[in-house]
Design a protein around this ligand. Structure first.
Ligand code: GLP
Length: 238
């Protein structure tokens, strides 16, 4: 492992506190930083604490820019299941960020290939993320980079696996409502981030161990992070 720190915390709350501390520290050190952000249940507690930090006047997001990992295809921004909606409600509407500085790939662009190229170029023009927050899927996916026979480098449209659709269906009324495709940053933009912060609940211990102590393989997409020079993993014990 080149530069991995594994922090085990007692529970989800402590994981969230540590993650918010590291992200808040990044914002304090570099007020005009680029934060790479993620969706899912894992970062909700972290976002709550960042919002609290801003409310209390400890954190200032006025110069921060954000780039998100991914978005479902076919869901409009106003759809409560879209990742844009998730980010607005869990973080952006609760801090003093300029919404025009918050970026996600569009899931409703008429030409997905063009949208993928646009988003790749946009994030590169910003120099990549100073800090990229990641969750991890039970199958080792990061963003929506699903297990495959190669590591997809660029932003791309992806067919979601059965297991991801099933896992994410808990947030939808019925499984048929879960989009079957998404647009995601590839491994290239994720690895471009200066620092990576991966957070995982106790239910992810097995896949975290496989990803960080097992062999590097596109069948476990997160395993590529073993090659990143600055990764912090926060794993909750319960
Ligand atoms: C989703 C997201 C990922 C996220 C993962 C885990 O499908 N695209 O970015 O990390 O699944 O989600 P959760 O934190 O809800 O377990």
């Amino acid at each position: 492992m080149i530069g991995m720190r594994m922090i085990e915390t007692k529970n989800y709350q402590e994981m969230s506190r540590k993650a918010a501390g590291l992200i808040g520290g990044q914002v304090l050190l570099k007020p005009d930083c680029v934060l790479g952000l993620a969706t899912g249940s894992s970062p909700i507690g972290t976002y709550d604490l960042l919002a609290k930090g801003c409310e209390e006047g400890l954190l200032d997001f006025s110069q921060v820019r954000t780039v998100n990992l991914d978005e479902y295809c076919g869901l409009k921004a106003a759809d409560p299941q879209s990742y844009r909606y998730f980010m607005d409600t869990h973080l952006f509407d609760r801090v003093n960020i300029n919404k025009e500085n918050t970026f996600l790939p569009s899931g409703t662009a008429p030409d997905m290939e063009a949208e993928a190229q646009r988003y790749e170029a946009l994030v590169r023009s910003m120099g990549g993320a100073d800090l990229q927050l990641l969750g991890i899927g039970h199958n080792g996916h990061i963003g929506f980079n699903e297990p495959a026979d190669h590591f997809p480098a660029a932003v791309h449209q992806v067919q979601l696996t059965e297991s991801t659709i099933r896992a994410n269906s808990r947030l939808f009324d019925k499984i048929e409502d879960v989009p079957t495709t998404a647009i995601t940053m590839g491994i290239g933009l994720i690895m471009l981030a200066r620092k990576i912060l991966l957070i995982a609940g106790a239910d992810k211990r097995a896949i975290v161990e496989e990803a960080f102590y097992g062999k590097i393989t596109p069948q476990v997409p997160a395993s590529i992070l073993q090659l990143h020079p600055d990764v912090t993993v926060i794993l909750a014990k319960e």
